[in-house]
Design a protein around this ligand. Structure first.
Ligand code: FAD
Length: 503
């Protein structure tokens, strides 16, 4: 039999894929997970699984010859990025015409590279974004379920106030308060017990050792330690890595057929495989899932997909920026890579922004306060797929980003005015660039809940085909997205297992 088959297949092993795999497996359904990245569980010659941000090597980025870090320069100098060997590294930056998107590659998806901030959105904004979802059920059942399974915890406030590692956060809090702004602690999936042991010198340093965007060797509860470990523990899950799903079609009996390419560590395709399944769950993330469905619609393998597949995409209003502090406001040479606080001005209807206070851990005092602002940008773009060139395109433009920048600028102009400070001009490559608005960490949408799918993520027109990832979110959430993606996936799985998989 040339076709490997399983009752259920899950594409991708990020948040949406991991939830699907665990809940299917617990229901006794044999499940195959296909992930294009590698499994990050073996140490390299340096004894570590992941490389550091200060000395990135081939493990850092997905088939690159040079790293592409978010902060390209320091004092306008090209000191940040490094030449590296081509390899299936853990962080990818997917380039579209006027926007690029950072994503994680590997077993665990974005959980391997992200900042661990585990934020539940405000109920009113969630309800606005998801008018057909029962908010009582989300806030009563699925958000708590997601937070528990992800291992969310909070920094000890007393330790936070006293440790050198969060001095940079306290300085930014003081500056926000001077402008009359509110700050709030944000929970995390980084183990704060471990972080305190790192500070005490009794555990190896990871968050306190500059590790984050190229992976954490310690302390982080990434999905491979939580949902995916539990899924594999059931014995019902098989995991194939370095396999990228290319095509989806439907057999005459209504089952799904997948074509996947297996690559080696040089990126060469070493085999093309076919898989069959009854239930198909797409967890490739906003870009991965949307690309698969658009290709299927445009090449005619799933011709009845809804016209709204590809639409409703946004950046969650992401903008990164730095401020230059006075000499007496030292931010500290020692900075934890895990943010724990945000400036919460979301309720300001004239200019809603939630800005997380981000670290810039260089090991030297630099007087920079860095932020990732999440703005309420109403602009949305669509993906399109060009069959001739087999290319996914994204209609997001610089004009769309300018809306986010204007909102971030209004907030931080206030903070600068209250503190007599200015922006940093040297961090993002060119002489005049203050606001990094050409990349996002939070790609959202492309297969929006209740539009391209029904209200539970069932893909319209195709029974037993589901979307469980960030492509369900309509472009904006107001906070960091993984808790919401996880909770929505929990909701989908509860419904599907109750209604669709009964014998
Ligand atoms: P992903 O986590 O992106 O998972 C998709 C997986 O599918 C990937 O492993 C991918 O390799 C695989 N895949 C895709 N296509 C295919 C295919 N065709 N075949 C096989 N496999 C495929 N969010 C927060 O909430 N808090 C934070 O602090 C935070 N910080 C971030 C920092 C960085 C640097 C980045 C990049 C992101 C951050 N995010 C954060 C965003 C968060 O990580 C994402 O929202 C989340 O990972 C999206 O989950 P997902 O399930 O939609 O997809």
């Amino acid at each position: 039999d040339a076709v490997d088959s399983a009752p259920a297949i899950v594409v991708g092993s990020g948040y949406g894929g991991a939830v699907a795999a665990l809940r299917l497996a617990q229901a006794g359904i044999r499940t195959l997970v296909l992930e294009m990245g590698r499994l990050w569980n073996t140490a390299g010659p340096d004894g570590k699984v992941f490389c550091t941000t200060s000395a990135p090597d081939h493990r850092s980025m997905w088939f690159r010859t040079r790293t592409e870090a978010p902060l390209g320069t320091f004092l306008w100098l090209d000191v940040v990025n490094r030449d590296i060997g081509r390899y299936p590294g853990v962080l990818d930056r997917v380039h579209f015409d006027q926007m690029s998107v950072y994503v994680g590659r590997g077993v665990g998806g974005g959980s391997l590279v992200n900042g661990s901030m585990a934020v539940t959105p405000s109920r009113s904004y969630f309800a606005e974004q998801f008018p057909t979802v029962d908010a009582d059920e989300m806030y009563g059942t699925y958000f708590p379920r997601a937070r528990a399974a992800l291992g969310v915890n909070s920094v000890d406030p007393a330790w936070f106030e006293s440790t050198e590692w969060y001095r940079f956060t306290r300085v930014s809090r003081k500056h926000a308060e001077k402008a009359g702004l509110r700050t709030t602690f944000v929970p995390s999936v980084y183990d704060f017990g471990h972080m305190q042991r790192e500070a005490a010198g009794t555990a190896p340093k990871s968050a306190l050792g500059g590790e984050v965007i190229y992976g954490n060797n310690q302390g982080k509860r990434s999905l491979d330690k939580t949902y995916l470990a539990a899924a594999l523990g059931t014995g019902n899950v098989t995991l194939h890595t370095l396999e990228k799903v290319r095509a989806i079609s439907r057999a005459p009996d209504g089952t799904y057929v997948l074509t996947a390419e297996r690559i080696d560590e040089t990126g060469k395709v070493v085999a093309t495989k076919e898989y069959g399944c009854t239930y198909l769950f797409l967890g490739g993330g906003s870009i991965g899932t949307t690309e698969l469905l658009l290709r299927a619609r445009e090449t005619g393998t799933l011709p009845d997909l809804d016209a709204r597949v590809g639409a409703g995409w946004g950046t969650n209003g992401n903008v990164m920026l730095g401020r230059a502090n006075h000499l007496w406001d030292t931010v500290g040479a020692n900075q934890s890579t895990m943010p724990v606080m945000g400036i919460d001005d979301w309720a300001n209807t004239a200019n809603p922004v939630f800005a997380e206070i981000a670290p810039l851990p260089t090991g030297l005092e630099h007087w920079v306060s860095l932020y990732l602002a999440i703005t309420r940008n109403p602009e949305r773009a669509s993906f399109s797929y060009d069959t001739g060139s087999d290319r996914l395109r994204l209609g997001w433009t610089a004009a769309h980003s300018a809306v986010s920048v204007a909102m971030a600028k209004r907030l931080f102009d206030r903070i600068n005015a209250a503190n007599a400070t200015i922006y940093r001009y040297d961090l993002f490559g060119s002489r005049s660039k203050v606001f990094a608005d050409d990349f996002t960490y939070h790609p959202l949408g492309g297969c929006v809940l209740g539009r391209a799918t029904d209200d539970y993520g069932r893909v319209r027109g195709y029974p037993r085909l589901y979307v469980t990832d960030g492509s369900l979110v309509p472009g904006s959430l107001g906070v960091n997205p993984f808790v919401t993606i996880t909770a929505l996936a929990e909701r989908t799985m509860a419904r599907v297992l109750a209604e669709d998989t009964a014998p």
